[in-house]
Design a protein around this ligand. Sequence first.
Ligand code: FMN
Length: 178
Amino acid sequence: MAEVLVGVTGCIAAYKAAMVVSGLRQLGHGVNVVMTESALELVGKATFEALSGRPVRATLFGSDLGHVHIELSRGADLFCIVPATANILAKAANGIADDLVSTVILSFDKPTIFAPAMNPSMWNKPVVQNNVQKLIDFGAKIIYPESGRTSCGEFGVGRLASPESIIAEIEKIISQAK
Ligand SMILES: Cc1cc2nc3c(=O)[nH]c(=O)nc-3n(C[C@H](O)[C@H](O)[C@H](O)COP(=O)(O)O)c2cc1C
């Protein structure tokens, strides 16, 4: 069994991260959840606290853990950012650490997975694709978004990969790490 850190960012698909957390718990993994301020606008902490059975953290300062970003980083085997906004991809690709999730990404030294979700025009922007490529070059794993109708009513690539495929990918990486 592994310790998985799940980072939830401000995508409309943030609620699907709850299914990922639930699935990981059912497989016997320990899960800690960290969220951005934007994610908290879209989904509540309580859902993730109930599903993980642990406190959910969203701030760097005033935490019950001292160096919260280091404590969470060192305690996990794998970090999966699901869903990942265009913003967090850009921050991670450029070493920006201005909130809890981005600071944990920067301090994390084990496998890191991004599962992006966004409007197709955003996904197709060269700057977003460039950031994705940078993350791959830095060693991150990308779980690519799927094609279909997005929540904003547009069609194209941008829908979050299914929770089942995200869980399967996490399982694969955990078993490879063993
Ligand atoms: C209703 C709503 C839905 C959004 N969905 C997405 C999304 O799916 N993907 C994305 O990259 N940004 C989306 N955004 C924009 C992000 O929330 C915004 O860029 C924010 O600054 C991201 O912050 P974070 O990366 O710290 O979570 C959405 C915004 C709103 C208001």
